[in-house]
Design a protein around this ligand. Structure first.
Ligand code: NI
Ligand code: MN
Length: 226
């Protein structure tokens, strides 16, 4: 069984066949976070890019739990220098981890680390779980036409930013759904601050009117089981 929990902003928890995976664990300073960095459990942590609202509490959680952090090579090296266990990959590269096959995908965004270090290129993740689910986590990105190639993999779930300003807004996220054709889509990266406020219910209605994808709008702390 595979269950995805949204902790607000772009922070996700994935439980899949016995493994606990955190994605972009931004708890401290995240006004929408439903749990704390001091107590959350993790076997693995996935980091899409170097920005503070994504790398977040990665170092503290990885040190406390011993979780393996998976990110691009530059971020993995930066974290490794801080005593964190890491596995570096890069865009287009996949690896069979204990929890499934994970591939890094293109994302149109930046990736500077909080101390100004070079964070390589930003990424999304395409995960094939051990129970056969295909999940696309877009990360922070603008719309790009190669999402059509990702959609050709046959997605059970796509998790997309809709907040606008820093990432795709609702209109481009709708176009992304049309390229990706996932069975289910979950919107994230909105509502954290006024600058990225959106109405997810009206977005969901529009997506379900114009596509065959089902939209699941979570509140921080809520989960969806695939
Ligand atoms: Ni970002
Ligand atoms: Mn962000």
């Amino acid at each position: 069984m595979t269950t995805l929990t949204w902790y607000g902003h772009a922070t996700l928890g994935l439980e899949t066949v016995g493994y606990k995976i955190l994605i972009d664990p931004f708890f401290s300073g995240n006004p929408a976070a439903a749990v704390s960095a001091e107590t959350v459990a993790a076997d693995f942590i996935l980091v899409t890019h170097g920005h503070g609202d994504h790398i977040g509490d990665t170092v503290a959680i990885a040190r406390r739990t011993g979780a393996l952090v998976i990110s691009n090579y530059e971020i993995a090296t930066w974290l490794g220098n801080q005593g964190v266990k890491t596995h570096g990959q890069h865009l287009g590269g996949g690896f069979k981890h204990p929890f499934g096959y994970l591939k890094l995908t293109l994302a149109l965004h930046g990736s500077a680390l909080p101390d100004g270090s070079y964070g390589g290129n930003p990424a999304g993740f395409l995960l094939t779980t051990n129970d056969g689910k295909k999940i696309y986590l877009a990360g922070d990105t603008g719309l790009f036409y190669d999402m059509k190639l990702i959609g050709e993999e046959g997605l059970d779930l796509a998790v997309l930013p809709i907040g606008d300003n820093f990432t795709m807004g609702p209109a481009d996220a709708l176009r992304a759904v049309k390229l990706l054709t996932p069975k289910t889509v979950i919107p994230i990266h909105f509502g954290t601050w006024g600058l990225i406020d959106q109405d997810p219910a009206s977005w969901a209605a529009q997506v379900e009117k114009e596509t065959t994808s089902k939209v699941v709008v979570l509140k921080p702390g809520e989960s969806f089981t695939l």
